[in-house]
Design a protein around this ligand. Structure first.
Ligand code: BJW
Length: 254
């Protein structure tokens, strides 16, 4: 695939780069996206499940076991997935701080909850929508991983009660209508506000407030580049590289 020299130069010469990733960055690992999904074998999650039932607090309260089981299923699927070239290229970029001879500051913000950026070698990841591998009590917010009262959470097919307060233990992800983690949001805003290049990778840019970060960056003079095989109609995008994240990022990083 060819990338316009002008776009290549912008990427190579930016000083502060902020990368926002979405589900598309994990698509080449075989993880289903939420909305559009064109790979042969799988459909998108939201074409099979109702987001209001599976990813909202009302859906959880209506049927906690249904939601818990859905997340347990997703966790078991994710255990078989490995980071792809996109995750690795971003990690390498962060580590080396350069795509050319210049020293670059690279900040990674993700909407993904799958932990594949970390598995791919990224040490600093701003997670806007939480992390599917963590759990906490809905009521007292106590965090739980591994065992609870001698029972392995991974083995549980039904929601377990918090030993501290009797509340329900839920996955530590951000559902519709819930606020994003405060510190992560502050860091994401700050990295978007101060960058000169904003890369939007593998996201449909439909979910706010994350989708507003590109506009924030642009309002401060940053160039916005999108990497997506199905370009979004976002009016803030200056250049779209219409390709798969793994392929495009590997080219940028050679
Ligand atoms: C490839 C590829 C390849 C394929 N390479 N690319 C303003 C306007 C309108 C609505 C709102 C608004 N502000 C807030 C809202 C409400 C709502 C919202 O945005 N709704 C919209 C859907 C209309 N937002 C919220 O409710 C948020 N909370 C909030 O605003 O709180 C306010 C508040 C403040 C104070 C107190 C209380 C409340 C929370 C949003 C939480 C989103 N949660 C989810 C689930 C996470 C847990 C889980 O995983 O189960 O997050 S929903 C889901 O969507 C998930 C994702 O992170 C998120 C974004 O999806 P993403 O990553 O863009 O994936 P897709 O599938 O949409 O797109 C994939 C893309 O990849 C496609 O474009 C493909 O083409 C591409 N692709 N292969 C590159 N190989």
């Amino acid at each position: 695939m060819d990338i316009e020299p002008e776009v290549l130069a912008l990427v190579q010469h930016a000083k502060r780069v902020t990368i926002l990733t979405g589900a598309g960055v994990s698509a080449e690992s075989g993880v289903a996206t939420f909305r559009s999904y064109k790979e042969e074998t799988k459909e998108s999650l939201w074409s099979q499940y109702d987001p209001q039932k599976m990813a909202s607090i009302d859906g959880f309260l209506e049927n906690p076991n249904r939601v818990w089981q859905w997340y347990q299923w997703r966790r078991s699927e994710l255990k078989t997935k490995k980071p792809n070239e996109a995750h690795k290229a971003i990690a390498k970029w962060q580590e080396s701080k350069t795509l050319s001879s210049k020293n670059q500051n690279v900040t990674l913000i993700t909407q993904n909850v799958d932990g594949l950026h970390q598995a791919g070698g990224s040490k600093d990841v701003i997670e806007l929508h939480g992390n599917i591998w963590r759990n906490h009590c809905l009521q007292c917010l106590a965090e739980y991983n591994g065992e609870v009262d001698g029972v392995d959470l991974e083995e549980r097919e039904e929601v377990i009660e918090c030993p501290e307060c009797g509340g329900q233990i839920r996955p530590s992800v951000v559902w519709f209508g819930e606020a994003l983690p405060e510190q992560a949001w502050r860091d994401a805003e700050s990295a978007s506000y101060s960058c000169d290049l904003f890369l939007s990778v593998g996201t449909s840019s439909q979910v706010y407030p994350a989708a507003g970060l590109a506009a924030l960056a642009k309002s401060q003079g940053a160039t916005v580049i999108e990497i997506n095989p199905e370009p979004t109609k976002s009016s803030v995008v200056d250049y779209c590289i219409a390709g798969k994240a793994g392929e495009v990022l590997s080219i940028l990083n050679t």
